[in-house]
Design a binder for this molecule. Structure first.
Ligand code: SF4
Ligand code: SF4
Ligand code: SF4
Length: 259
């Protein structure tokens, strides 16, 4: 019997689900290997249980927590898909801002003043904290990046179908960047998150003429102290560096590393 696979979205742009649907060259082959039983972006059916649940998006509200726990209870394997699910992504930056201030920036002062006095609305909003999926339930595998890398998705599905463990090497983005023979942006006075960021994206941003901003998250063995020292040597202030570290993965950078 084919494994039952389901996709669920929380706070996200749904770009990772789109990346799944965009695996055009292999999508039909995937459908031969698995039964997709729930996928709001592509079908209306739902299912009571699944072998693999893919979770896209960060978790904000109490009702999201309950929904996620329910999905975990109904799935054998749970995969966090994309930077929102793995690390909270850019939306988790709001965890460092007072809710009233944040609300005013987004909706304006008049709206804030009216909604802040609403006893139904405001307590819910004011106590929202953006969390990664693994802060709430056990996660079996992570598909990193914003968006996740389709080749890694296919590798994961194939591995699960044949009963092997998918392998995602814990190399820095710099490794693939060097293999692509890119010139290092540090040599041009720019700064980059590549040395401390989980590779697997083929350093696509540097290859495309930009820098790495770290959307795949912090490597487990990253030497953050040395990286901060390097950025400071390039003239960045501690506040600027904190800002760069928190762009995609503020749930991983709760405080400054010890010198
Ligand atoms: S990780 Fe990026 S592409 Fe994927 S849902 Fe989040 S914002 Fe969208
Ligand atoms: S450009 Fe960035 S990713 Fe590439 S080698 Fe330099 S620091 Fe590493
Ligand atoms: S180069 Fe950096 S920012 Fe770009 S996709 Fe890879 S990890 Fe993300």
């Amino acid at each position: 019997m084919k494994p039952k696979v389901a996709f669920f979205d929380f706070a996200s742009c749904e770009g990772c689900q789109l990346a799944v649907l965009n695996c055009e060259d292999v999508f039909l082959n995937i459908l031969e290997l698995v039964d997709i039983v729930e996928f709001r972006e592509a079908m209306s059916e739902t299912a009571p249980r699944f072998d693999v649940a893919f979770i896209e998006g960060s978790i904000h509200r109490e009702q999201d927590v309950q929904r996620l726990q329910d999905i975990r209870a109904r799935s054998t394997v749970l995969v966090a898909m994309g930077a929102c699910a793995c690390m909270g992504n850019v939306q988790a930056r709001s965890n460092f801002i007072a809710p009233a201030q944040n609300f005013q920036w987004v909706y304006g002062e008049a709206e804030r003043n009216s909604l802040q006095t609403d006893p139904e609305f405001w307590p819910l909003w004011a106590h929202t904290r953006v969390r990664a999926v693994k802060e709430i339930v056990a996660v079996d595998f992570e598909l990193r990046g914003c968006p996740m890398v389709p080749e890694e998705f296919v590798h994961l599905v194939k591995s699960l179908v044949i009963g092997s463990t998918p392998h995602f090497p814990a190399n820095a983005v710099c490794v693939e960047c060097k293999m692509d023979e890119n010139e290092c942006v540090f040599d041009h006075g720019e700064t980059c998150m590549g040395p401390i960021t989980y590779g697997g994206c083929k350093a696509v941003c540097v290859t495309g003429g930009y820098r790495c901003d770290g959307c795949r998250g912090l490597l487990p063995h990253a030497h953050r102290e040395a990286h901060r020292w390097l950025l400071k040597e390039k003239g960045l202030s501690d506040a600027h560096i904190d800002n760069r570290y928190r762009l995609f993965c503020s749930t991983q950078f709760q405080g400054r590393e010890k010198p």
